[in-house]
Design a protein around this ligand. Structure first.
Ligand code: ATP
Ligand code: MG
Length: 491
């Protein structure tokens, strides 16, 4: 029997935990619920503090009122009489009971009392001492189920010469009414809190819902962007410029960057495969042609040497791509000290032959001081080589290419100026993009792949420097490289 019962309990409790009840309770984990709870708690706390202040203030005021009444009654209860039996000063007093009061001798004996005075009210042990010292006192004393406010004051007789303390008068008032008022007040506050708190909770729930609605809106938009994998969507549309709007706009910024990065990546892959596909197709064509009939040894040699050129081109592209991939990662470059003048001289020496072949004048102008930078020597050499190579490549015969080295306060400057074909303003913003060439036909004839400047820029970024261009079509182009100087040599 017990086993069956416990089996039953297990089954039902299992179903209970799986029921909608707990799913329903999941809303307790929401921010909205917590905000509503906070709202309720803060309002409840404020009401309790306010209630306590009002309650204790009222208690004090009621007690003060009672005290004033008691003191007035005490003053008017005992008045000197005309009985001038000088030996008994007590007889000179007449006791009028205006309120529940009594007259005590200085040793605590009850002399006279009003019928309404609760005579069982004990005399506090320290009271007679206080009275004899000429002081009055208020106290609250319980008797049975009732609390009494008691005022005790000394009574003195003046015989014209001396002021003699002869008795004590006590006036009392039951605090029943006051306590009832305070109890009503407590009940009222209790009811008020019980009614207001759930209302506050509902109000908080409503307000939090309204405040959080835009967040839910953003969440749904983001979820749909993830779901559709459509990075062109934006989430901040229609949102005001508040905290949520700012968050959404920040998120949009992130989306835009990811979208840009992804499209650049797509472009890069497409360009790279296109770049490799053309020489591969050429290779394949030449091989097919060579193989379609028997050839002489000399013909095979020619074909093979053409093939070698195509393979060299492809090797060049692949190497450039590898360089770019390596310079794009975030590792810090080596920090060898590099004498810029010496490096630039080395590059120009090597390029001189190329310039002569194209009937160009290659000039070098060096500043008196010797700027020193730190970085990866072979990479920085590559930047300057690329720029001089471009200048030579895009300057027609008879032109001049000038390379200058100088420095300003914080940077070493390398300028490469040519009198070449120039770059049209619409192309200028793109020449640092991978595979970008202003005129593909001309560049292809010149053999460029459009990676030189992209590599140069990636290298400059890694070295904390930058590279700028100023150009005019048909007049010439000026590339300026800025590299941070080694700190202790800048002075
Ligand atoms: P490579 O990858 O072999 O350097 P490339 O020279 O074509 O190929 P970049 O060096 O990146 O590629 O230059 C990009 C484009 O910018 C060039 O194709 C050319 O159109 C333009 N360009 C660069 N330098 C100059 C220059 N000094 N004068 C005119 N056009 C230039
Ligand atoms: Mg180039």
């Amino acid at each position: 029997m017990i086993t069956r019962y416990s089996l039953l309990v297990t089954r039902y409790s299992f179903e209970f935990f799986n029921s909608n009840f707990f799913v329903m309770l999941s809303f307790t984990r929401t921010l909205r619920f917590r905000l509503a709870l906070w709202f309720m708690a803060v309002l409840g706390g404020a009401m309790v503090v306010l209630g306590a202040l009002i309650y204790f203030g009222l208690q004090q005021a009621l007690l003060n009122n009672v005290d004033i009444t008691l003191r007035n009654a005490a003053v008017r209860s005992v008045i000197p009489s005309n009985n001038d039996a000088a030996d008994d000063q007590l007889r000179r007093l007449s006791f009028i009971s205006l309120a529940p009061s009594r007259l005590l001798s200085l040793d605590g004996t009850m002399l006279q009392f009003d019928a309404a005075f609760p005579v069982d009210l004990p005399i506090a042990p320290d009271l007679l001492g206080i009275i004899q010292a000429g002081n009055a006192r208020f106290e609250t004393q319980p008797l049975g189920s009732v609390a009494y406010r008691l005022y005790s004051a000394p009574v003195s007789v003046n015989d014209g010469v001396n002021n003699t303390r002869v008795a004590a008068v006590q006036v009392v008032q039951s605090l029943e009414n006051e306590y009832t008022t305070l109890a009503n007040m407590r009940r009222l506050f209790g009811i008020l809190i019980l009614v207001t708190l759930p209302l506050a909770g509902l109000g908080g729930w409503f307000l939090a819902g309204r405040a959080l609605a835009p967040i839910e809106h953003v969440r749904r938009d983001v979820a749909s962007i993830i779901g559709n994998a459509d990075l062109s969507q934006r989430v901040s549309e229609g949102l005001p410029d508040d905290e949520v709007g700012k968050l959404a706009r920040t998120f949009d910024g992130l989306l835009a960057r990811i979208e840009g990065a992804m499209s650049r990546e797509r472009q890069f892959t497409a360009d790279a495969s296109h770049e490799l596909r053309s020489p591969l197709a050429a290779l394949k064509g030449e091989i097919s042609v060579a193989l379609n009939r028997p050839r002489s040894a000399a013909e095979y040699r020619d074909t093979l040497s053409e093939l070698e050129t195509s393979v060299d081109d492809m090797t060049h592209v692949v190497e450039d791509l590898l360089t770019l991939a390596r310079t794009n990662n975030d590792t810090k470059p080596a920090d060898q000290p590099i004498e810029v003048v010496e490096m630039v001289m080395g590059v120009c020496d090597r390029m001189m032959v190329l310039a002569h072949e194209k009937s160009l004048e290659l000039r070098v102008k060096l500043s008196a001081d010797q700027p020193v930078v730190t970085g990866d020597r072979s990479q920085l050499t590559r930047v300057v080589t690329n720029l001089v190579d471009n200048a030579i490549r895009y300057t027609p015969a008879g032109g001049v290419v000038e390379v200058r080295v100088s420095r300003n306060v914080a940077h070493a400057l390398v300028e490469v100026q040519d009198t070449g074909i120039g770059i049209a303003p619409e192309h200028a913003p793109h020449i640092f993009d991978r595979f970008y060439r202003t005129d593909s036909a001309r560049s292809r004839e010149n053999g460029g792949t459009g990676l030189g400047l992209a590599i140069a820029q990636a290298i400059m970024q890694r070295h904390g420097g930058d590279i700028g261009v100023a150009s005019e079509v048909g007049v010439g182009t000026l590339f300026t490289v800025r590299l941070p100087l080694v700190a202790d040599l800048t002075a």
